[in-house]
Design a binder for this molecule. Sequence first.
Ligand code: KQY
Length: 371
Amino acid sequence: MSETLHSTPGRDGFRMPGEFEPHSGCWMLWPERPDNWREGAAPAQRAYAAVAAAVAAAEPVTVGASGAELQRARDLLDPAVGVVEIDSDDAWMRDVGPTFVVDDRGARRGVDWRFNAWGGKEGGLYDSWERDERVARRVLELEGADRYAPALVLEGGSIHTDGRGTVISTEECLLNANRNPHLGRDQIERLVLDHLGAERMIWLGRGLAGDETDGHVDNLACFARPGVVLLAWTDDPDDPHHDIVRDARERLLQARDARGQQLRVVPVPLPGALVVSEHEAAGVQPAAGTLPRSAGARMAGSYVNFYPANGRIVFPLLDPARDEQAAAVLRAEFPGHAVVGVAAREILLGGGNIHCITQQVPARSRARDHA
Ligand code: KQY
């Protein structure tokens, strides 16, 4: 049973926990569409299966697949991974799934944001997203969690929280006229904070160059824990991200979190330039209304687009020259965690990465857990 509620999580005493807090599971979707994934999605399916197996070593994983792909998903996924039938337009559970919120009495609910395929008729990535729009509700039914349904277009990849009242996002995405043109900055900020049970928004400017989501924060920065932000970084003045990451660092260092504290900003090296090859682009079947995949396009790859499972960081392997540097930062910032890399180029070719394809279900918590 899942009921739709007409209050807000903040008013009801619920908050979105930090992703680094304990989980009871993880949801994913199964990539299928041949106009976004090359070779009929087969290489992407193997990459998703590797992510699911890496996460499943730490917490339960459930993957939603269409009826037509259920058996193939079952065959390719680790036996420890659950598979259920869920129709979707593509496979980005971070963005189409619910954002879970918890209270201090052991209850868990979900926020079902509106979704318009990253920009609707003004730059959206495909032109029909009705099935994606229904995914969050279906997950909440399967979880038996009640649902908030704010009138706000928002993708889960466009927000991060410290779980203690602070949210980071980018102006490029959340204030983009292709999401909520009828709302102003203050109204958007209020709705986001009320639905995450938070008090302080820290606005970053632009996301990574060429990010087709209009600059999701989950490719740029995330919290390792309250007070510590990991920020994608380059020292190369010729890199298109050079000014973007400096502006983000400045804003983070000037900000105070909800507790009034300054943030420590930890640089995570960006991979070198990652470019779609002729062969990769040729494997995608172009379709009217879907963003084409062009040879030579630089992809918005980032190591901060990782998934923090219970005791285990699952991060994308993107560039052999930088993978180990990124892993070293993650090991230093997540002591006691296994840091596990998964080959992720096939996911990046579809426009996102490991964080974008996963959605954590936070563990229920009791007030005494925080005492
Ligand atoms: O950044 C994300 N959270 C998702 C990326 C979606 C890309 C769609 N092609």
